[in-house]
Design a protein around this ligand. Structure first.
Ligand code: PGA
Length: 251
């Protein structure tokens, strides 16, 4: 009943020319895909041109970050409404690389998520534990505080505009994916937590994506788990063929 989401996070890769070439290659490979929400997240400078390239296709556009103010003297920032203006329907918020290198916290994630939703974007809110946290058995308490603080003040209705991405930091870009069972365990924990915070119906409707070294050969096993509703894909989204194979996991 939940439409799966397969989102490609292109991180700091690809010029405008490379980004448009990638979606032009991707389009025919996913043109017949039904019942999967397909999202690509290029760098800011490529958004508008990639939007032109995906117009009329089943590929949606995301930004990798946003600021929470609409406008003002905030040099270097990009407002959610400007992302809408560039053609985005989604925005990734609180990716672990932003938390690690750019000082993002659950508090900034919360402000960004609220601003993004207010601007009409779907917020892909990322959570996940580090290796040290997993090894010291803090996974669930970390996820709990990231979700509670990150989504604080949102209503059950607004949760329809939120997608959660569970990305264990130790699995990102390492080739070391969580096992299907490890991922499902955390996804189920997240859904129970969402039910406690927002009610069962709202929790049942939320898509919870797994991220961290998702590849064509491990996506099927992950997607077979009841609480895994899609994937946030880094490395394997940079080539049309491997991303399309992930998008078409069900074929
Ligand atoms: P990866 O990245 O697929 O390269 O591990 C995932 C992510 O960072 O979203």
């Amino acid at each position: 009943m939940r439409t799966p989401v397969i989102a490609g996070n292109w991180k700091l890769f690809k010029t405008i020319g490379e980004a448009t070439a990638l979606v032009n290659e991707l389009k025919p490979l996913v043109a017949r895909t039904r019942n999967v929400e397909i999202v690509v997240a290029p760098v800011f400078t490529a958004l508008s041109r990639v939007f032109d390239a995906v117009a009329g296709s089943n590929i949606n556009l995301a930004a990798q970050n946003c600021y929470w103010e609409e406008e003002g003297a905030f040099t270097g920032e990009v407002a959610p409404k400007l992302l809408k203006d560039a053609g985005c329907s989604h925005v990734i918020i609180g990716h672990s690389e932003r938390r690690q290198y750019f000082g993002e916290s659950d508090a900034t994630v919360n402000r960004k998520a609220k601003a993004a939703i207010a601007a009409g974007l779907t917020a892909i809110v990322c959570v996940g534990e580090t290796l040290a946290e997993r090894e010291s058995e803090k996974t669930f308490s970390i996820i709990e505080s990231q979700i509670e603080s990150g989504l604080e003040g949102l209503s059950a209705e607004v949760l329809a505009n939120v997608i959660i991405a569970y990305e264990p930091v130790w699995a990102i870009g390492t080739g070391k994916t969580a096992s299907d069972e490890q991922a499902q365990e955390v996804h189920s924990f997240i859904r129970h937590l969402l039910a406690r915070l927002f009610g069962q119906a709202a929790a049942d409707a939320v898509r919870i994506l797994y991220g961290g070294s998702v590849k064509p050969d491990n996506v099927k096993g992950l997607m077979a788990k009841p609480d895994i509703d899609g994937a946030l894909v880094g490395g394997a989204s940079l080539k049309a063929e491997s991303f399309a194979a992930i998008v078409n996991f069900g074929l």
